[in-house]
Design a protein. Sequence first.
Length: 451
Amino acid sequence: PVYPKAGSYPDFADLVDDSRAQVDRRVFIDRAIYEAELRQIFGRAWLFLAHESQIPNPGDFVRTYMGEDDVIVVRQRNGRIGAYLNSCPHRGNRVCMVDSGKKARGFICNYHGWSFGIDGRLNGTDGKVYDKDPGFQKSEIGLTPVAQVASYQGLVFGTFDPEAPSLEEYFGPFTWYLDVMLDNDEGGTEFIGGCVKSTVECNWKFPAENFVGDILHAFWTHQSGAEAILGGAVDLGSRYDERAFQASVYGHGIETNLDKVGNTRTLGFPELNDYVLGRYEAVKARLGEVRARMVGAVSSCTVFPNFSFLPGQATFRVWHPKGPDRIDLYTWTLVNRNMPERIKELYRKGTMITFSPGGVFEMDDGENWEYCTKANQGWVTRHQKLHYGLGQDSGWAESSLPGHIHRGSLNDANQRQFYRRWAEFMRFDSWGDLQRAETAPPAKPMTRAAE
Ligand code: FES
Ligand code: FE
């Protein structure tokens, strides 16, 4: 297979002005910049594909996207997971039309009947013409495999870059935060209730930056939704709350306020919140106090570039780019496998009430991101800069926690890191430069004792 090489786009990288904490609006609307993102970011980064629980048996598969590339993720006979471009090597037709399936024996192209194994190999053609063509070498043709596929705590990721570092290196010490959701119980996690898909007419970076560090919007944007569900505004505390912080590693980021445990209330079922609080001691014994509090705190997270989740609300999502001004939003509900069925069901209902296309909070957010995208398209408007300066004065905090830590979660710190990382992906064509870049986390060994 041929995997396109990265380039270097210093002019685009310069659109993120670190010293002034400004981002040029063209990064949200410009087609040439978007094409560079497909190459530099979606062609190289590790991208979320599936949860292992979706495809437990050989032949089980889901269809998804990596950037705009249509991809089939399928469990192999040896138990490993493979991912292949969903595009026939003959004329490019999709070979898989459905979103998911169980125990498939292979995929057959609609156009001329070529058939492929679940390992991507070409098994047969039309049986009449091609097979009798003396120059035709069946063994040399197949579905293009995704260069690397790997799992972390049940989540499956893929990258088109054979040179990309391992998935764990790509996360770096950010795994410490991912484990808040993925490893707070010995039974592991699963997705329940299927995948909810919707379209939002916005640039993919608006939702990604919202989840990486924009808790600020919640008390304003989500005021009315919070009143409907909670009978009052979301309680965010003050800007420099002692126990609130943002953490950032390689552009991945999480924000949290450890004083506000009980955030699961926003899903609308008090019983759910009681359940989370009731598990506090068990989680503390497993992950330590900081992360035990994070399980039920006001928190949000983005894994660079386009995979996000809310630890308290159990919603996981990918912002699939579909041009500079559109995304397909895929969302799932993640629960611990060992949770009682009743609790799982409350989580599923809760995410539907809040963070689904008809959910109170999703609609609030989607409308804002659409108008951010549309308004920035104005010819004069696009040449102005956007402000990302909140909290710039206070700098990084000394901390034993992994990554860059910024005290207080009401600031733009993680968003600045997200765009720095974006600029590094634009500028650098090698992973060596990317990993050495200034967003690299301080080399601190992190152990549970450090908490
Ligand atoms: Fe698939 Fe022709 S396009 S068999
Ligand atoms: Fe929101």
